[in-house]
Design a protein. Structure first.
Length: 321
């Protein structure tokens, strides 16, 4: 049986060196690009316009491009979010679009608690104390310098209670934390949900797990940060655009919240002079959008893309968006 012609536009973005791509090779005939720049492509020499299947992680596929792909039948997004695809144009041109779901849940939820524990237990501060000789110079067997606290009994507020929010909730309960879940909007009457303002003012930790939409850009801004407890921690492993970065830096500089941990920023990759990167303090941790990126998670991503392609070819498409 002839294998469909397929193109992976940015395979380097899933860091494939420690992964098996065999599941993909079994379902299509591939052309691989590390990070293809569609805006610079002026010919069909790349093979894009002959492809029946295109896989893209973050390469933007707009209407102009899709209308030139006369043989394209399926776009597989190598992620859960699909805002890089012009969905309306794909539908109008009878191109199916599917994403990958739930592949990064263990990786992201564990990263949330890695960040939380690092801040809560002052790990960066104490690591630096050891490196700077303070433990060696201590009069006692330990070097206690910064107050420590436990997660037990503290309240975790979750904004966005889908796959990831629920996974984080389960881990929080293992730490004997209380969990609050924010209402999606003012019309949300589901039992157990609370208004955002109540969640922010009542939580010791606030963790974001919602998608970025037109309606929630910078949903955590100066007014929302002002509601948080003075020792509360904000964690964002969702999308950078959910948080007003200037407002966050202001409250960190003025010690108006206990700390923040960010795995995402509004511009990615960020500029080297981004104020949150330039800012050096133990009340802020920034990691480079790697909460999703465990080896196991990336392999699940590859496996799920292959399953999406196989299911589509069998006439039983899955994860269609």
């Amino acid at each position: 049986m002839r294998l469909a012609k397929a193109v992976f536009l940015d395979v380097a973005s899933i860091y494939p060196d420690d992964l098996s791509l065999t599941p993909l090779k079994e379902v299509a005939d591939w052309r691989w690009f590390d990070n293809f720049d569609i805006t610079q492509d002026q010919s069909s020499g790349s093979g894009l316009y002959d492809a029946e299947i295109i896989v893209s992680n973050k390469v933007h596929l707009d209407r102009h491009f899709l209308e030139r792909c006369n043989k394209l039948k399926l776009i597989c997004v190598a992620a859960t979010g699909f805002n890089n695809i012009d969905i309306d144009a794909a539908r109008e041109n009878h191109i199916a679009v599917c994403n990958v779901r739930s592949y990064a849940t263990p990786s992201v939820s564990q990263h949330v608690f890695s960040l939380l524990l690092a801040l809560n237990r002052k790990l960066l501060c104490y690591r630096d104390d050891v490196k700077n000789g303070l433990w060696s110079d201590s009069e006692f067997f330990c070097n206690y310098a910064s107050p420590l606290s436990e997660l037990q009994g503290k309240t975790l507020g979750i904004i966005g209670y889908g796959e990831l929010g629920q996974a984080v909730s389960k881990i929080a309960k293992c730490f004997a934390m209380k969990v609050l879940v924010a209402k999606r909007d003012k019309h949300d009457s589901r039992e157990g949900r609370v208004d955002l303002s109540e969640l922010l003012s009542s939580s010791d930790v606030v963790s974001l797990h919602c998608p970025l939409t037109r309606s929630n850009v910078r949903m955590i801004a100066a007014d929302e940060l002002a509601l948080m407890k003075s020792d509360a921690i904000l964690i964002n492993t969702a999308r950078g655009g959910l948080v007003d970065e200037k407002a966050l830096l202001d409250v960190l500089l003025n010690n108006e919240i206990g700390g923040a941990a960010l795995d995402v920023l509004e511009q990615e990759p960020p500029s080297k002079d981004n104020p949150l990167i330039v800012y050096q303090s133990n009340n802020l941790i920034v990691t480079p959008h790697i909460a999703w990126a465990s080896r196991e998670s990336r392999q699940r991503l590859v496996d799920e893309i292959a399953k999406n392609i196989f299911a589509f070819q069998q006439g039983d498409p899955r994860n269609i968006v």
